[in-house]
Write a protein that binds this ligand. Structure first.
Ligand code: SF4
Length: 189
């Protein structure tokens, strides 16, 4: 096991035991994250849904399958990226994560970023962008805009669940995903 894998596994075990907010009591599984431990590209969503809670794996439901299709379309293997959420446990009825839940959980994500050290972090949806990029982030106006954060660059795209609800946003998403693939290629040279 690589050093990154070992450090991520230690963090995952701590996450599986975590009861730092009330969501720990209602989860089936905590959903830590999945993908390459040395990924150059990391996606961060907001919280696990029903399928993720049942399996312990992020983005395996309909939204995850849609994200897979975009990755395939722009030539990024899913096995090359790392995918995680701000919250590691599912909020009841998929409601938005509360600020206190985000504050309680964010240290796991910070540790994941410190270990993986991605070059690009892409927020999936408004909640993640408002937590990680800036509190007043407007996803309809600012999706696809890059922000430099020292050792990595960040942007946000629509959450795949939003694209399932509103297919008119899919063209914007495809454009953003092509731009992400291009930036990833440049960052890898
Ligand atoms: S959501 Fe995060 S902080 Fe809350 S119990 Fe789960 S792992 Fe712990």
């Amino acid at each position: 096991m690589s050093e990154n894998n070992e450090r991520l596994e230690q963090c995952r075990l701590a996450c599986a035991e975590c009861q730092a907010c009330t969501l720990g009591a209602s989860r089936t599984h905590s959903v830590f994250g999945a993908g390459s431990p040395s990924a150059r590209l990391m996606f961060v969503g907001e919280a696990p849904g029903e399928r993720e809670d049942a399996t312990g794996i992020p983005f395996v439901g309909a939204a995850g399958q849609l994200l897979d299709r975009y990755l395939f379309e722009v030539g990024i293997p899913r096995s090359d990226v790392y995918i995680a959420n701000i919250l590691k446990c599912r909020p009841p009825h998929n409601r938005d994560p509360l600020p206190e839940e985000q504050d309680a959980c964010i240290s796991f994500l910070r540790t994941q970023v410190r270990i993986i050290r991605p070059r690009l972090i892409v927020c999936l949806g408004r909640i993640s962008a408002q937590k990680l990029i800036k509190p007043d982030f407007r996803i309809t106006r600012e999706h696809g805009v890059w922000f430099s954060r020292g050792t990595f660059d960040m942007c946000a795209v629509y959450h795949p669940s939003a694209l399932l609800r509103d297919p008119s946003k899919r063209e914007d998403m495809l454009e953003d995903m092509y731009a992400i693939a291009e930036r990833l290629r440049a960052a890898s040279q």
